[in-house]
Design a protein around this ligand. Structure first.
Ligand code: 9MR
Length: 357
């Protein structure tokens, strides 16, 4: 059996066995609700906020997995070409260990949040290849046994030219020496990561590829081809930043089905559902209800497939979310807890969906 699915299948067996006994009280947290199904319920986390009592308490109480929102990106880890600064990320990994949470690592290869010494350094492809290999092996090695799954590469497919690879410093500007060879540069990265920690799971993570379409088709072709040749890829992350309040859940479900049928895991990695907000950051009651429905439907779509192994939100409180800065405060209120850490309808919907399995 693919090791990926063991946790959820074992948990499903225990649930069926346990159903005959007594009446359990309703779950008091997301992580408690997720226990019977073995689902990982995670969130992106900011190191600076751990000092805030309500932030840390909510995080530990509700989630069984966390992912550094920014702390494992090149910009933070690499002050200069020679050094690594793991201080922020280590704090998050320590927090996870103390609260019995798994850690997802994000991300080793991306075109954003790279330090200026790298992007403006005029390196040759050979030099870039060496820098990237050292980075991947050092970071994955540092967290060996502590980070169970990595987003090796993030958003490598183009947003406009759908189905094509994006032009980036790692691919063809100037690239690591495999420019024009399609996904060969990504394959190289997966192999380096796997060498550094053969036990970890390695994911390809993407935005706007949740539904069937040219972008997810291109990822599907890559995963299929990697699988045939034994490239160590274990799963695909669908980010799930939702802005359209009528997402095509049937298409999302069909997409999860076809990827898991290839034998890889699917994880929902960055879910949020942004709403139009007023000058005070408040959304309408109707939209909050609609948002709750969307959280419920997406969670149910994941839970319906044994190979869909994690549901993760991109932050958990509306107090800290990338959406406001991204939308000039026109949208927000995207997460399951409000700015005062009070649960929203979306929270209850998510917990209910998890408990229903
Ligand atoms: O949430 C992250 C925010 O703090 C950063 O400023 C931003 C920089 O682009 O990246 C955000 O996270 C992104 C993630 O790493 C990859 N997928 C899209 C996320 C939202 O932009």
């Amino acid at each position: 059996m693919h090791r990926a699915f063991k946790g959820r299948i074992l948990a499903l067996g225990l649930t069926v066995f346990g159903l005959g006994f007594g009446t359990a009280s309703p779950p008091e947290s997301l992580r408690e609700a997720a226990q019977p199904s073995g689902m990982l319920i995670g969130t992106a986390v900011r190191a600076a906020q751990l000092a805030e009592t309500a932030y840390a308490a909510t995080l530990a109480r509700e989630f069984n997995m966390l992912e550094p929102e920014d702390a494992m990106k090149w910009e933070v880890l690499r002050p200069d070409p020679q050094s690594f600064d793991f201080s922020q990320a280590d704090r998050l990994v320590d927090f996870a260990a103390r609260h019995d949470m798994k850690v997802r690592g994000h991300t080793l290869v991306w075109h954003q949040q790279n330090p200026p010494w790298l992007t403006q350094g005029r390196f040759t492809p050979d030099q870039l290849a060496k820098l990237l290999e050292t980075h991947i092996k050092t970071v994955v090695g540092h967290y060996r046994g502590k980070v169970f799954a990595w987003d090796v590469a993030n958003e490598a497919f183009d947003e406009q030219a759908l189905g094509k690879l994006r032009d980036t410093i790692w691919y063809d500007q100037p690239g690591i020496g495999l420019s024009g060879d399609g996904t060969a540069y990504l394959e190289r990265c997966f192999r380096w990561a796997h060498e550094a920690d053969p036990q970890a799971l390695f994911f390809y993570n993407e935005a706007e590829a949740e539904t069937l379409g040219p972008k997810s088709d291109a990822i599907y072709a890559m995963v299929q081809e990697f699988g045939k040749r034994g490239v160590p890829i274990d799963g695909v992350g669908f980010q799930m930043h939702i802005g359209n309040l009528h997402p095509d859940v049937a298409s999302i479900s069909a997409n999860i089905r076809r990827f898991t049928a290839l034998g890889v895991q699917v994880q929902i990695t960055e879910m949020d559902v942004s709403l139009p907000v007023d000058a005070h950051g408040n959304a309408s009651a109707e939209d909050l209800q609609r948002q709750a429905d969307i959280y419920r439907q997406i969670a149910a779509a994941c839970l319906a497939h044994p190979g869909c192994t994690a549901i993760q939100t991109w932050g958990f409180t509306d107090k800290y979310s990338w959406i406001g800065s991204h939308s000039k405060k026109a949208r927000g209120a995207a997460l399951p807890f409000d700015r005062n850490y009070l649960p929203k309808p979306a929270y209850r919907a998510l917990r209910g969906a998890l408990a229903a399995r």
